[in-house]
Design a protein around this ligand. Sequence first.
Ligand SMILES: CC(C)(COP(=O)(O)OP(=O)(O)OC[C@H]1O[C@@H](n2cnc3c(N)ncnc32)[C@H](O)[C@@H]1OP(=O)(O)O)[C@@H](O)C(=O)NCCC(=O)NCCS
Length: 159
Amino acid sequence: MKDMLVRLQDLPSVLSLEKSLEKKEKIIFRKAIAPEKHLVCEWVHQEFGDYWKSEVEVAFTRQPITCWIAQRGNTLVGFACYETTAKNFFGPTGTLESERGKGIGKILLIKALESLKEMGYGYAIIGGVGPAEFYEKVVGAKEIEGSEISIYQNLLRKS
Ligand SMILES: CC(C)(COP(=O)(O)OP(=O)(O)OC[C@H]1O[C@@H](n2cnc3c(N)ncnc32)[C@H](O)[C@@H]1OP(=O)(O)O)[C@@H](O)C(=O)NCCC(=O)NCCS
């Protein structure tokens, strides 16, 4: 797994995509708030496992909370965190499997990167990337040479 670097100066606008998802799919995007911590963390645990739950729990220790969510009514369909495992890092993120390919991941990514930009960063790091093509395509992210040796090195695993 490598890290990727993203310039925060030319992020694409997702306003019209967001409006269309709200209209057609009834999906809204917003920052998570404290009272729903248990629900967001349980959902991330169920859909994406222990490690991402741990990272989302850290997002809920921040104020404002560093986690964007996508919801349809009372159902979560996606999430994206930033500054959980390291400062200036994006992630983790995930879209419910049945909802992928609609633009949810893209909107969540841009919203979280905009949040990092508002904090004063000029670049952001996508930590321990899985789908590099997704990040290349949506925000022009570039692999950081040598980053396979990263902060995730020596991560404890369940034995
Ligand atoms: C990666 C992930 C968040 C993308 O979410 P999504 O809601 O399906 O993404 P979107 O629909 O917004 O896709 C935006 C664009 O990226 C493309 N894309 C999405 N996933 C991709 C992938 N894995 N590889 C290459 N391109 C991808 C889409 O085709 C779309 O292109 P388009 O704008 O030309 O139509 C989702 O696949 C996921 O939850 N994966 C499992 C968890 C994971 O790997 N998270 C990332 C950890 S680093």
